[in-house]
Design a protein around this ligand. Structure first.
Ligand SMILES: *Cc1c(COP(=O)(O)O)cnc(C)c1O
Length: 399
């Protein structure tokens, strides 16, 4: 998964280009920057790589969600549907937009279950956020069809799936927009950073202006100060050093994915020997970014037993069913309505009345599924010795 494994001369060169100009700001400084606009170039190249018209760089993947939700017009009283297996950032951004997250079950893709999505749509649903978790595809075509039938825009949280495709088409280009994260542990990294891609020019312009205090943007302007404003915004600007990192990392993305796919094949072959094992439903193995390898055991008891053997052999897997940052039943602060707001918002209204209850037990099918799931992160640079150690552990678990 992490792009930091392949930092090299390319990143240094891009960074030095920026330091040589002395300009860290993505706008202005016309003369001094000598034509170097790393963030702008990164936006254009990243969008181009994905096959999208526009890219909007921001400070993080969480900010990308927030800016996209703002541009899609989400506000108080609105509901936004996402899935119960995702990083907390997805629904933090929904709350930060003053809206309310509604959670669906996940299916054997480990992503949004389209049938449950249909159940959760109400007249208050303003956006649907499927997440392409662990580097592989959600049922995005089915989800888009359902959303279209209801006239609701789809925002793809593609934070974990840069470089991942479905039938040759990049994830993040199926919905109205797609958001990416380049944080320190993502496939390509700028330390902190994010991006939104879209083909909708009006949506891009709103995102571009909102993320920059509402400054009027015609097209990434160089000069500013005297221009107008159409609405209130905020500051989610990426800086030039991050843009420089992004350019170097993007150039390595396909290579990283290819290397992960090779390793994943070997791990899968070894795990297939475990009696009762089955695999995550990867809708398009060719397009998989292979950042993770996920497999199911027959039941929870076997998953615990297998992982014990794997751990004893220095190859313990991640049990996402127990993970407190990525799975709804373990978001105790959400269930407990923990908020810094003195009124209790967003769980309570200004009069102290309860607005919503998040019950940890309402998504039993996802719990049953994740309870028997084991996952390995697939590194970019992994030694032959380490691969052999993991496959030997899997073979031991096979008995
Ligand atoms: C990492 C991640 C984010 C947030 O990205 P940051 O850049 O860390 O803010 C959002 N959604 C998912 C699914 C993620 O994995």
């Amino acid at each position: 998964m992490p792009g930091f494994e392949v930092f090299g001369e390319e990143e240094k060169k891009e960074i030095m280009d920026v330091l040589d100009t002395g300009v860290l700001f993505r706008y202005e400084f016309g003369e001094q920057r000598r034509g170097i606009y790393k963030v702008r170039e990164f936006e254009e190249k990243f969008a181009g790589y994905c096959g999208a018209q526009y890219g909007q760089a921001v400070t993080s993947g969480t900010a990308a969600l927030k800016v996209a939700l703002a541009a899609l017009g989400v506000g108080p009283g609105d509901e936004v549907i996402t899935q119960c297996f995702t990083f907390v950032a997805t629904w933090e951004a929904i709350f930060d937009s003053s809206a309310m997250p509604v959670f669906t079950e996940v299916d054997d893709t480990l992503n949004m279950d389209p049938a449950d999505l249909e159940n959760k749509i109400t007249e208050r649903t303003k956006v649907i956020i499927p997440v392409h978790m662990l580097g592989a595809q959600a049922r995005i075509e089915e989800i888009k069809t359902i959303a279209d039938r209801h006239g609701i825009p789809v925002l793809e949280d593609t934070a974990q799936a840069a470089g991942c495709r479905l039938k040759g088409r990049h994830l993040g280009t199926f919905g109205q927009c797609g958001t990416f994260s380049f944080d320190s542990v993502k496939t390509m990294t700028t330390g902190e950073g994010g991006m939104i891609i879209t083909d909708d020019k009006d949506l891009w312009k709103k995102m571009s202006e909102y993320h920059d205090h509402g400054h009027d943007h015609v097209k990434n302007p160089g000069a500013r100060g005297g221009e107008g404003r159409s609405f209130i915004g905020f500051n989610y600007r990426m800086m030039e050093l991050q843009g420089a990192m992004g350019l170097a990392q993007l150039a390595k993305l396909d290579q990283m994915v290819a290397s992960q796919k090779e390793t994943k094949k070997i791990l899968r072959k070894a795990a297939a020997k475990i009696p009762g094992v089955s695999f995550r439903n990867i809708l398009d193995p060719e397009g998989d970014s292979a950042t993770f390898f996920s497999f199911f055991l027959a039941d929870k008891e076997q998953a615990v037993k297998v992982n014990k053997i794997l751990r004893q052999n220095n190859a313990g897997a991640i049990a996402f069913g127990e993970n407190s940052w990525h799975f709804y039943p373990h978001w105790e602060h959400l269930h407990a309505n923990a908020t810094l707001s003195r009124s209790g918002w967003p769980f309570k209204d200004q009069a102290g009345r309860q607005r919503v209850v998040y019950d940890p037990d309402v998504l039993p099918r996802s719990s049953a599924l994740l309870d028997r799931l084991l996952v390995y992160q697939v590194p970019v640079n992994i030694s032959k010795e380490r691969v052999a150690e993991i496959t030997a552990a899997l073979e031991k678990a096979a008995g």
